[in-house]
Design a protein around this ligand. Structure first.
Ligand code: GRF
Length: 185
């Protein structure tokens, strides 16, 4: 299975997936990173790991359709079986989702449908809920939405700071993403 990762941030999930592939925990070949942020640390991680990088900046294109067409065009060089979003922070258009139907997955740091969006960990703390967690799901046309593949909860301690909870959530993400890929491959 040829795997593409779309990421534009730190890339800790990217690193966890690369490791899982290297250690043969998932039967996948890591073929390419797609990023819209040349300065993102994930790009450096990919270069160090000698993984191909497709860099496409949104501001270089007039429309989202053109931006996505450029990604699609360049992805054609690789036979992609699965796209794993890991902090890409952009909604993909219905056309893109349809093209890779049931082949795009996302990881999100909450128990979806609770706390969608970019501040899910902080939102859970602010809401004073006792549990939050991590969800891996297929991507559909709504943000942080689609059939769940795997979900696991984490207790929020009364003493938790945002930083402490973030650390535990990210550690859980790094375990859960490879497991989810194993389930669907
Ligand atoms: C993760 O928390 C993931 O759930 C969310 O974006 C973050 C990416 O973190 N979608 P990293 O770049 O993989 O470290």
């Amino acid at each position: 299975m040829n795997l593409a990762i779309f990421a534009s941030g730190n890339g800790s999930n990217f690193a966890a997936l690369v490791k899982a592939v290297e250690e043969k925990k998932i039967k996948a070949k890591f073929v390419v990173l797609v990023s819209d942020k040349p300065e993102a640390f994930v790009v450096e991680r990919a270069r160090k790991a000698k993984i191909a990088v497709i860099l496409v900046k949104r501001e270089d294109f007039v429309s989202r359709a053109d931006f996505e067409a450029a990604i699609i065009q360049r992805l054609k060089n690789y036979k992609i079986d699965l796209i794993a979003l890991a902090g890409f922070m952009r909604m993909l258009s219905p056309g893109f989702v349809k093209l890779y139907r049931k082949r795009i997955i996302n990881i999100h740091p909450s128990l979806l449908p609770a706390f969608k969006g970019a501040h899910a960990i902080k939102d859970a703390i602010d809401a004073k809920v006792s549990f939050t967690g991590v969800t891996v799901h297929f991507v559909d046309n709504q943000m942080d939405h689609g059939p769940v593949i795997l979900q696991k909860q984490i207790k929020i301690k009364r003493t938790d700071t945002l930083n402490a909870l973030e650390k535990r959530i990210h550690a859980l993400e790094h375990k859960l993403y490879p497991q989810a890929i194993k389930i669907i491959s």
